[in-house]
Design a protein around this ligand. Sequence first.
Ligand code: H79
Length: 414
Amino acid sequence: MKDTKQQWFKDAKFGLFIHWGLYSILAGEYKGKKTDRIAEWIMNHLDIPAEEYEKLAAQFNPIEFDAEKIVKKAKEWGMHYIVFTSKHHEGFAMYHSKCSKYNVVDATPFRRDILKELQLACEKYEMKLGLYYSQAQDWHDPDGFMYGKDNSHKDYQAYLDRKVMPQLREILTDYGEIALIWFDTPMDTTMEQSQAMIDLVKSIQPNCIISGRIGNQMGEYMTTGDNFIPRLPYEGDWELPATLNDTWGFNKHDHNWKNPDDIIRLLLKINSRGGNYLLNIGPDSLGRVPEGSIKVLDTVGKYVQENAEAIFGTKRVEIYAYELEWAQFTRKDYKLFVHMLEPKVRIELLNVGNHVKRAYLVKDGAELPCKVMTVCEGDSMIEVELPEYLQNQKNYCVCIETEEKDPIFESIKG
Ligand code: H79
């Protein structure tokens, strides 16, 4: 069972993924040809030669980028950590790398160290900062792997020694406390190579968490497939990385935004199963966060903020109510949170193994009438009456406080 041994990660529940690199300039289209795949893969998908692709750096000038604005937004959305692409598969460093000139300070007219600005903003607003780093795929380095291409002639170890290890050292040394390194697509990385990367990370920052995709199942938590919710319960630490539309990097043609209600439901489903939801934004080439994603996240964020007590720091729920349509459940000691996702007149919880103290509305603390009854079979049932003004609403949360530390609800009516 995976264990990060980091309480902040277990408590976090909701994080912001930021995919940003040179691909944001192409925005899903190269020389009139559109990619129908994830936009940060355009170099691979449309076979753009490295000598061509790298010229994009000369155009990268995201004058609208404002690290504080993004971090403040993440905070407002109730997120507790940010994971930023310090280097994606394209091989371009979004920080001032000393061992590769292919970076945002040396190769662009922008010349600002984006990661440094993000670090300072995160420190100012007390936001954990993690870094995505593509360790195996590097489509710019001649010895980096490229998915779907012939890699047999490459000297992967030479690339690791020349670029990966030094760059990991840089991001872990020059940018304050790094909460986690988010490795991805390990491909043919051997156990020894994964171990060497882990050892390096831990030698510099022992508390820095190694994500699930370091390779060879050696990560400290389980990273699920992109956008994939596991069906079986998982007791260890885990995280689900997800997109808000159908791409990670910015794609000007993709307006297929998910519905805020669906995102809220998904977040709670993940949280009730003990996982963190790492939700992505892809800024454009000027550094602007797409309006579509802001709109969705503003709505989701309102729910998360209002009900922070019922999300942040909650524990896995052991009840068999996962597929209920009208609710999702989270819990803390002495508390069961019923997240109401559809309009309902009352809440009825059957076969309750607990003694109930009271019920209240999480967002304002208002007491709700609550009684425990005995149904004709002899089991007990909790009934929370909902005030009329709530009966046609959804997306609010009710807390039921119990005498027992671990609320046990054997089955839920409805
Ligand atoms: O960073 C994001 C993705 O770019 C990265 N992981 C998340 C967090 C990722 N790397 N690989 N994959 C996702 C899956 C790759 C899927 C592929 Fe394809 C299918 C590669 C080739 C076929 C999608 C379709 C990408 C290119 C064509």
